[in-house]
Design a protein around this ligand. Structure first.
Ligand SMILES: [Cu+2]
Length: 323
């Protein structure tokens, strides 16, 4: 097992597969309005938010978006839990390469893992093309429950990306294989948006886990997420930040084990009971920063990373928003 892991870590860096989506625009998140002139003559344009809609294993969004700071408003209008993650592909590699060379490997690996053949499943990853190790994860939303809207702000360089969601259906099939993978072009044209200002700062690292000031009032907040480092965890992917509201019946142990795709019962429908995922900032490289905006009602919340056993890594933190 260890050998397989090391091999894959070397061969692939991390990550999963592929998928894409579409978008629109909106605005209003962490105040990343367009730069204003001295006399505020610039009219706020409706196009400084990129809207992404999922209705049924899809990403409805524009094929091309501007570079620089972009706020993504992700509307989950489906009955399943999703997220979006942007993968920057190496020069010359396309969505077809992803579809033909990467997706089948993840499909066969997951079939074996679901059948209880964990080692054989992991061994499948040796079949990934060598260039897969050069895929860079540049962020995205955290997990988002049905009928939720998540807002995440990222700074993107021009290039070719794939937007994907690799949550699993109840039968273990990846959402990527059901249509949640799509190519997105980030153009040379800069959005002109400025970096948001956060009122709550989160830092995540492999050494300290999730750190933040947990005295949080109700109402609208802009969280920043700073990736102090990034590593390849046991399931070959990096850490990230997901925010969720917890009801009385939420079970932290259940949530903790669900956050691992390599667990046959993890990252799969149905999502844990009593948990409403509200988004966050997906997998980024060391030194990068992303933002997400939420309106917090009084109640109990969790910040958690999508890695195996996040509690053991200080990547499961709860906090209470008072009345
Ligand atoms: Cu999904």
């Amino acid at each position: 097992m260890r050998t397989f892991k090391n091999f894959i870590v070397k061969a692939t860096y991390m990550g999963m597969f592929i998928i894409f989506s579409s978008t629109f625009l909106f605005l209003q998140s962490c105040k990343n309005d367009k730069k204003e002139t001295q006399h505020e003559t610039v009219v706020l344009e409706k196009d400084n938010v990129v809207e992404i809609i999922t209705k049924n294993m899809d990403f409805q969004m524009p094929d091309t978006i501007s570079s620089g700071w972009n706020t993504f408003r992700y509307k989950n209008l489906s009955s399943q839990t999703h997220f979006f993650l942007l993968d920057k592909y190496p020069e010359g590699k396309t969505s077809e390469d992803a579809e033909n060379l990467v997706a089948p490997v993840f499909d066969s690996a997951m079939k074996l893992i679901m059948d209880g053949k964990t080692e054989e499943g992991y061994a499948e990853f040796a079949k990934l093309p060598e260039w897969f190790g050069e895929v860079v994860f540049v962020g995205g939303s955290g997990l988002l429950s049905p009928n939720q809207i998540g807002e995440t702000t990222l700074n993107l360089k021009p290039g070719k990306y794939i937007i994907e969601c690799y949550v699993k259906m109840s039968n273990g099939v990846w959402h990527t294989s059901m249509g949640m993978a799509k190519e997105v072009i980030v153009s040379e044209t800069n959005s002109g948006n400025v970096e948001p200002k956060a009122d709550i700062e989160i830092t995540i690292s492999s050494t300290d886990g999730i750190t933040f000031n947990d005295t949080i009032s109700k109402g609208q907040h802009c969280f920043s997420v700073f990736y102090k480092d990034q590593i390849v965890h046991e399931n070959f992917i990096g850490h990230d930040i997901n925010l969720a509201k917890l009801e009385e019946n939420a079970n932290l142990d259940e949530i903790n084990s669900w956050m691992d795709w390599s667990n046959p019962k993890g990252l799969i429908e149905p999502a844990p009971t009593g948990v409403t995922f509200l988004g966050g900032v997906n997998n980024m490289s060391e030194g990068q920063k992303g933002y997400f905006t939420v309106n917090l009602e009084p109640g109990r919340y969790i910040l958690i990373s999508e890695v195996p056993n996040p509690a053991s890594k200080n990547m499961l933190k709860t906090f209470v928003v008072p009345e």
